[in-house]
Design a protein around this ligand. Structure first.
Ligand code: GAR
Length: 200
């Protein structure tokens, strides 16, 4: 067991309800970790507001601020290294993480996806699009998956997965709400699992 407190950066683009669930879990269970940074492509969103209210450093960084994608990736890595970040959690981050960042943090980045990967993953499969596709395909179950991030969209090693039913009268919105509730329990558990594997 090491005494080092794991420093986590959470990447978000929207509401940040998963971020909030993870933050509360770490605080309530007194895990040997802290959320040190909230990084977003958007200057204003629920996640950034939550971070500011809870004294967590925030940074807005987006490709648009840079001349090239490589410059963007370099700035992202510098920001993470400057803050001594150990792990990154993607929580509703609607951008692809540059490959150079994945290479700089091998097996250190987790993502939550609102479906049962490997089904309904890949480019264009995010947010409500995922739930629409699940319903259109006539699936009777969906769920959430927490996986390590590699250079391919939604293809990294699965850490935890949990199912929820798809009901006959579900709309993408009602299914999204059921999956999100599941995510709020699953992601904190997955973070705890990752930390215990890393810290033992
Ligand atoms: C969550 O359902 C998450 O799984 C999904 O966006 C939502 C973010 O909600 N992520 C993706 O679709 C990424 N492919 P939140 O901002 O309230 O945590």
């Amino acid at each position: 067991m090491t005494n080092h407190k794991t420093r986590i950066a959470v990447f978000c683009s929207g509401t940040g309800s998963n971020f909030e669930a993870i933050f509360n879990h770490i605080k309530n269970k007194r895990l040997n970790a802290e959320i040190a940074l909230c990084l977003s492509n958007r200057a204003q969103c629920g996640a950034m507001e939550f971070a500011k209210h809870n004294g967590i450093s925030t940074v807005q960084i987006s490709e648009k601020q840079f001349e090239s994608f490589d410059d963007f990736a370099f700035a992202m890595i510098k920001c993470l290294k400057d803050q001594n970040i150990d792990n990154v959690l993607l929580a509703g981050y609607m951008r692809k993480v540059p490959e150079a960042v994945v290479t700089a943090f091998p097996d250190k980045i987790l993502n939550i996806h609102p479906a049962l990967l490997p089904k309904f993953g890949g480019e264009g499969m995010y947010g409500i699009h995922v739930h629409s596709a699940v319903i259109s395909a006539g699936e009777t179950e969906s769920g959430a998956t927490v996986h390590f991030v590699n250079e391919e969209y939604d293809k990294g090693r699965i850490l935890l997965q949990r199912k929820v039913p798809v009901l006959a009268d579900d709309t993408p919105e009602t299914l999204a709400a059921r999956v999100l509730e599941c995510e709020h329990r699953l992601y904190p558990e997955a973070v705890e699992k990752m930390l215990s594997e890393q810290q033992s």
